[in-house]
Design a protein around this ligand. Sequence first.
Ligand code: AMP
Length: 214
Amino acid sequence: MKSVIFIAPPAAGKGTISQKLIDLGYMHISTGDMLREEISKKSKLGLEIEDIMAKGNLVSDEIVFELIKNKLNNLKSSFILDGFPRTINQAQMLDKLLNELKIDNYEVIYLDINLEEAMHRALGRLSCEKCGAGYNKYYDQMKPKVDNICDKCGSNLIGRSDDNEESFKVRFETFVKNNAPIKEFYESKNKLHMIDATKGSEKTTEEVKEILND
Ligand code: AMP
């Protein structure tokens, strides 16, 4: 199966769709998850980036590239890149690394969603503090059975500190500001596929699988 790079505004569903693909044997590389882990470990890096992330701003290209470089250098299966690249500089750094590793069997999928719908999703988003399972209090099919309790392991559900209105707007606008050259870059390499990400996660996952099986 082909690897996949998701480029998408926040709350377009990258994480949800990635979870549905993991069972197929993919290695899931989420820069947001890796950075949040550094924050929860209170590592030196975590302390450095906590405030930047809470405000919805981007962490430096060098820091994030170092994280994904370690993962890609140790690949044992096809990969899902979730949240990287987010700047044209990151796209170029990634391209160079993939060339060095002789990896070309991948597609780039753009999950398209407007600000209003993405904001609604983000403000309802919850995840289990223990097992990481994702929920959404605004969508019947994604609500937990008991408010704020994980269906899978019974632990508490929590929201992300950057899923508030102010940070979310910054994150969405940052995406829009940086995305045009990234999109052009992958278009010129004939790698880019656009998907309407507002039709629900099942339909979107189906469309993603069709592209990756092609
Ligand atoms: P995500 O979980 O993908 O929504 O990412 C959460 C936050 O992590 C972003 O708002 C950024 O602060 C930071 N982040 C994740 N990926 C990157 C990246 N590729 N470049 C810079 N910052 C990133």
